[in-house]
Ligand binder design. Sequence first.
Ligand code: AHM
Ligand code: MG
Length: 320
Amino acid sequence: MADIKTLSEFIVERQADFPGASGDLSQLLTAFRLAAKIVSREANKAGLMADILGAQGTENVQGEQQQKLDVYANDLFIRMMRTQGAVCAVASEENDDIVHFDNGGKYVVTMDPLDGSSNIDVNVSIGTIFSIYKRISTGAKATLEDFLQPGSEQVAAGYIVYGSSTMLVYTTGHGVNGFTLDPSIGTFCLSHPGMTTPPEGKIYSINEGNFYDFSDGVRNYIDDCKKQKMSARYIGSLVADFHRNLLKGGVYLYPGTAKSPNGKLRLLYEANPLAMIAEQAGGSATNGSMRIMDMKPTELHQRCPLFIGSKAMVEKAMKA
Ligand code: AHM
Ligand code: MG
């Protein structure tokens, strides 16, 4: 049997990438690992459990209906981080404001605990996205300033995709590695070491229902994809669409429209973490005119257009 490397072994081994590291970041990744397993378990039996499926009956700060699993995953990830101690505050899609832990932790985390919520009830892949920054403020509590750092300051970023199998993919700025959950032993095992994305691909992912709201440039690009007989693939779960395109080569676009010039996706906990992973894998991520990770955030729940995936495709879409 081939050697199996578990995520925990890998995290310990890679701690050497950070000279002088105290192990806090490793601990934090461990908290994500555990929460991911629990969300995976709940998502897998969602169809059987009335208390997991369906709407919670509340809205988040962006006026979106919260699903029960959104709230469950949010509470769980926050609980895991609170008990673990390296994180002093979290900004989540599901919380209006920063959640403080008052524990002196040196990191802050942004997250979308359950991405693709509209797919929960219909048994389609969903995900979790997270991003880790060093705290830069020095007062008693973390401040907005800690969360409004550009994506280029991310210490680590990752996602979990709850699909036909559950995978955790992350980067600490030294390449991208992917781990698949083996449910029989309850362990994430290194399945995709040193992930890279093809520079070109044949898949374009965009909600074409919005075609007539897009700019001429985006419409031209879509036309061009059709002329080249590319494959249109759109799951409606950013993590799952991104993951597929990362492996196969492709581009995911969520552009702005006249009505919503900044599109739908959020800079801090959707665009930035996936941009770091895309770049670390050799791909690219822009908002249509500039690199996502160079944007200076101004708000916690700020939205931004997103063009992400294979480098040549993102460049072409920007020029169209
Ligand atoms: P969510 O974080 O509330 O689930 O919303 C983000 C999701 C992405 O996962 C997905 O790519 C996009 O919204 C789909 O939006 P649309 O239905 O407008 O195409
Ligand atoms: Mg989301």
